[in-house]
Design a protein around this ligand. Sequence first.
Ligand SMILES: [Zn+2]
Length: 267
Amino acid sequence: MVEGPTAKLYSIMINKALLNGVIEDIYVKSRRVYIDPKKLLGHRLMLSDTYGKNILLRIDGYGIRIHLMLYGSIHIYEADEELKKPFNRVRLLIKFPDRRLVVYNAPIVEINYFRNILDSLKSNLGLDPLRREWNKDEVLKYLLKNGDKKIGVALLDQRIVAGIGNILRNEILFRAKIHPERLIKDLSTEELNRLIRISRELSREFLRIKLKKRRLRDLLYVYNRAGKNCKICGSKIKFYMQDEINRKTFVCEYCQRNRPSLDTFII
Ligand SMILES: [Zn+2]
């Protein structure tokens, strides 16, 4: 599953190769085409950006939204280079003067007015730790509105925080020393603030690592480390599937044990 930082990496790659390029031709295979794609011809790619796990292309007033989910990928080819995958897997192909942008297998390719795409994302998604609008007080409000949810479930809910996938979820919770089964309403303000701060820091760190083409594995404390020793306390990392989301969950029961805040003991 593509997480926010991976989507961001794709958008950086697109900007580097194609920014300001004029669209000469376009092919799209999708049910979410809301305006005639031919209207985009002759317009420039003004910016590629992301919102959560969505990759956005701004083409003057028009926009394209791509969601890669599990199997999608984006490739940039020279004008005379052959496609590396069969054409029946192409969901979007944009021809620029000297390069082509090709999206394979993506379940979502939307073509619409850019404003419509952005408005719909803003009303359906929570704040994104890799976007400028990220605001810790707003995120705290979003979390508290979902007090009855388990924190391990809420972190994957894109309506609460956008762009966090399963690897980030596990690693954020470990670093924040919070067990995924705890309810949001039972977390102290200090714990929630720590979680929010780490969500942003770690998302940025993942992006930096990907930009340097370094392996993410060295950064992982718990993800895919079932049965191995915790790098902090030495206990065995436990693995289970968390209910409701049915996703791989890794915890150190010692580091992520419930620590009642000190004021609980003041009578
Ligand atoms: Zn530990």
